[in-house]
Design a protein around this ligand. Structure first.
Ligand SMILES: *[C@@H]1O[C@H](CO)[C@@H](O)[C@H](O)[C@H]1NC(C)=O
Ligand SMILES: *[C@@H]1O[C@H](CO)[C@@H](O)[C@H](O)[C@H]1NC(C)=O
Ligand SMILES: *[C@@H]1O[C@H](CO)[C@@H](O)[C@H](O)[C@H]1NC(C)=O
Ligand SMILES: *[C@@H]1O[C@H](CO)[C@@H](O)[C@H](O)[C@H]1NC(C)=O
Ligand SMILES: *[C@@H]1O[C@H](CO)[C@@H](O)[C@H](O)[C@H]1NC(C)=O
Ligand SMILES: *[C@@H]1O[C@H](CO)[C@@H](O)[C@H](O)[C@H]1NC(C)=O
Ligand SMILES: *[C@@H]1O[C@H](CO)[C@@H](O)[C@H](O)[C@H]1NC(C)=O
Ligand SMILES: *[C@@H]1O[C@H](CO)[C@@H](O)[C@H](O)[C@H]1NC(C)=O
Ligand SMILES: [Cu+2]
Length: 606
């Protein structure tokens, strides 16, 4: 059933002229003042301040002294088959996830924090290192399960480390811990986040940077620039609305937009007495005149498509997701949820001036305050100066990534024109018989069973799917190349993400696919691609990584509402794998927890 009301509920927000003017007044009244200390806005995180740690421009210290990846360069090493076997280095982290109070934009809010930080700690490694992360679930009052996903990594040979509850593991029970251990098998910019319900929209996110061969020279690594749409309600309350039957609330609007977890808010809008401080403080960055700076842009938000720019500075795009590409210049870059873009910016500005850094949620998304601002200071600008620069004019399409013709990987790979398997996936919406709004893929809305992870079942040879159609499992058997033709029957954009692979993006557009392939000899590869409203994407991947790999929309609310499938790849090889003892133990702990507490699974689970 497809009603006008449901359609209205998911369509993007078009600001009325009056509210657009109010927003314009608000952003034009921002200052360089920080009325709250960093500890109040972001807990123990230093991101967005001049105290943020400087990143190396080559690699992390390693005993070899020279490049830890040896002979490999961005153009001569196949990133999927020739990554370093091992550097012998292990980068270890301990994360404790717990509730805490922060005020990223001045509005006080209960969030989920990692080690008391929002955004979470930055994971750093060299290409080929082993990353280990011990995750302690200290979420209480009320308790919740959790699990962390390392976005974009291939997890070749370690699919149980992918961090997706009900798929690659059981959730980590309250009071319990799990140590993840996996190879930094690709290099570039990414992030990690909880994959349990929409927990990541409640704060469980952080940057993940892997140093590797350079595809372009630069002088200074300015580090991660997280772009996150922002909500004042808790993620749990939002998911309750998203999964409710009031169709006016099933597609929440964000109320603000943050850069590295910071922005101001107009506290006059708060009517319920929640503590709120005006001019809480914006993120600040420093440019060194004449130098080339690398910025690692990450859309780690819940829903909004971001348009990033720096006033009066052009950017050179050098990588999309974990894939270095032939550089090209632009003034505005588009990032759907989950996407990353690495840009180089030359500090050609006035050495005594400050410039606005901006990220604006496009009108393809739902927000009442689309503008995130931060300040870039040149060396002689007073650090309390407010920039007086103007934004670039945005002529990019609101719902699409840059054209596929613009994005050519540095390491060329040609996908087979004749894949072993082609599957058509139709994305639609439905209202089920109890009045709930759901997304479907080929008429099925996904729902997870936390107690029965698909990978663990496949490992014991139990792949007699579909015994539960809600698990949306697509078996690709022994096929070594798989093409997915995804058709979007809805007027909403979807950033589609594949785990365990970089997808070849063969085509994207509005309407239906005409059969053409863009850059057939060397198409764009990445792990998230925006699918346009009433449009399509055609992606293909080399199906040589045994595992159960999610393919889903990365909009938090849409995954909650079921826009998700599993791809079961090379099941015979999965059955041969030896899973670590911790894999079983996590399920034993989760079963013990769920025998006592009935888990309140209010959404698809992911
Ligand atoms: C915006 O500011 C201008 C000038 O200060 C004022 O005239 C106008 O009424 C304001 N608009 C809104 C919607 O607040
Ligand atoms: C803040 O919101 C109040 C209440 O809507 C409005 O009157 C005021 O103009 C806003 N301030 C700014 C700077 O937009
Ligand atoms: C604009 O900012 C100034 C300085 O912080 C403040 O005094 C003034 O009240 C703000 N205006 C509005 C309309 O909020
Ligand atoms: C680092 O040096 C050690 C000792 O010479 C060597 O065994 C190892 O292969 C080197 N690692 C890399 C990645 O070059
Ligand atoms: C604002 O503009 C003036 C004149 O255009 C310039 O001298 C000044 O440095 C600018 N201020 C900042 C903070 O960039
Ligand atoms: C949405 O934004 C684009 C520019 O990004 C603009 O061309 C278009 O008119 C806007 N649509 C609406 C309905 O505001
Ligand atoms: C409709 O979907 C909601 C949310 O997934 C679910 O709780 C409810 O049981 C479904 N209704 C029926 C009749 O299946
Ligand atoms: C496979 O796993 C499912 C879910 O746990 C279970 O219901 C089913 O009995 C299992 N099948 C076999 C053959 O073990
Ligand atoms: Cu979606």
């Amino acid at each position: 059933m497809f009603t006008a009301l449901a359609l209205a509920a998911v369509s993007s927000t078009r600001l009325s002229a009056a509210s657009a003017a109010a927003v314009a007044n608000f952003t034009s009244n921002l200052t360089a003042i920080s009325n709250l200390p960093q500890s109040a806005t972001n807990g123990a995180s230093q991101l967005g301040t001049f105290q943020a740690p400087e990143l190396p421009t080559n690699w992390l210290p390693n005993p070899n002294g020279s490049a830890p990846w040896g002979w490999r360069t961005a153009s001569n090493a196949n990133p999927y088959t020739q990554s370093p076997l091992s550097t012998g280095e292990e980068r270890s982290y301990e994360f404790t996830i717990a509730r805490g109070t922060i005020a990223p934009d001045g509005y006080e809010k209960d969030a989920l924090l990692i080690n008391g930080q929002f955004p979470g700690p930055t994971i750093e490694a060299n290409w080929g290192d082993i990353i280990t992360v011990t995750v302690n679930n200290d979420i209480t009052g009320p308790e919740e399960g959790t699990a962390l996903h390392w976005h974009g990594l291939l997890q070749t040979g370690t699919p149980w480390e992918d961090g997706v509850p009900a798929v690659s593991q059981c959730p980590i029970a309250p009071g319990k811990s799990l140590t993840y251990s996996f190879k930094a098998d690709l290099y570039g910019t990414s992030w990690y986040h909880s994959h349990y319900s929409a927990q990541y929209a409640g704060g469980v996110i952080g940057p993940m940077i892997i140093y590797g061969p350079k595809s372009a020279e630069y002088d200074i690594d300015l580090g991660p620039v997280l772009l996150t749409d922002y909500y004042h309600e808790s993620y749990y309350d939002l998911v309750e609305e998203v999964m409710g039957t009031d169709l006016t609330k099933t597609a929440p609007e964000s109320v603000n937009n943050l850069i590295n977890g910071k922005m101001d808010y107009n506290c006059s809008l708060v009517t319920d007495g929640t503590p709120c401080t005006n001019n809480a403080g914006l993120s600040k960055f420093q440019f060194t005149t004449g130098k080339t700076h690398r910025l690692r842009l990450i859309n780690a938000g819940a829903e909004g498509i971001q348009k990033f720019s720096i006033d009066e500075h052009k950017m050179t795009i050098i990588a999309n997701d974990f894939v270095p590409i032939q550089p090209y210049e632009t003034d505005i870059v588009t990032l759907g949820i989950g996407q990353r873009t690495d840009v180089l910016v030359q500090a050609t500005g006035d050495p005594s001036s400050a410039y606005w850094m901006r990220s604006t949620i496009s009108n393809c998304s739902r927000t009442i305050q689309p503008d995130a601002l931060a300040i870039i200071y040149y060396p002689s600008a007073p650090t309390d100066a407010k920039p007086n620069t103007t934004a670039w004019t945005d002529t990019t399409p609101p719902c699409a990534n840059d054209p596929l013709t613009s994005t050519t990987p540095i390491y060329p790979l040609t996908p087979t024109p004749d894949p072993a398997t082609t599957t058509t996936l139709t994305v639609a919406i439905t209202i089920n018989s109890t009045g709930h709004f759901l997304w479907t893929v080929n008429d099925v809305s996904f729902r997870a069973d936390y107690n029965a992870p698909l990978l663990l079942l496949a490992n014991v040879g139990n792949t007699s799917y579909p015994y539960d159609p809600e698990w949306n499992v697509y078996g690709t058997g022994t096929a070594t190349s798989v093409r997915l033709v995804v058709e979007n029957t809805t007027p909403v954009a979807h950033p589609m993400h594949l785990h365990g692979h970089n997808m070849y993006v063969l085509s994207e557009g509005t309407g239906s696919w005409g059969g053409g392939v863009v850059n057939a000899a060397n198409p764009q590869r990445r792990d998230v691609q925006l699918m346009q409203p009433s449009g399509y994407i055609v992606v293909q991947y080399d199906s040589v990584n045994p595992g159960v790999w999610p393919f889903h929309c990365h909009i938090a609310w849409h995954v909650s509402q079921g826009l998700y499938i599993n791809l079961l790849e090379q099941p015979a090889d999965i059955a041969e794998m030896k899973l670590p003892a911790s894999s079983k133990q996590t399920c034993v702990d989760w079963a013990a927890f769920t025998n006592v507490d009935v888990v309140d699974q209010i959404d698809s689970g992911l």
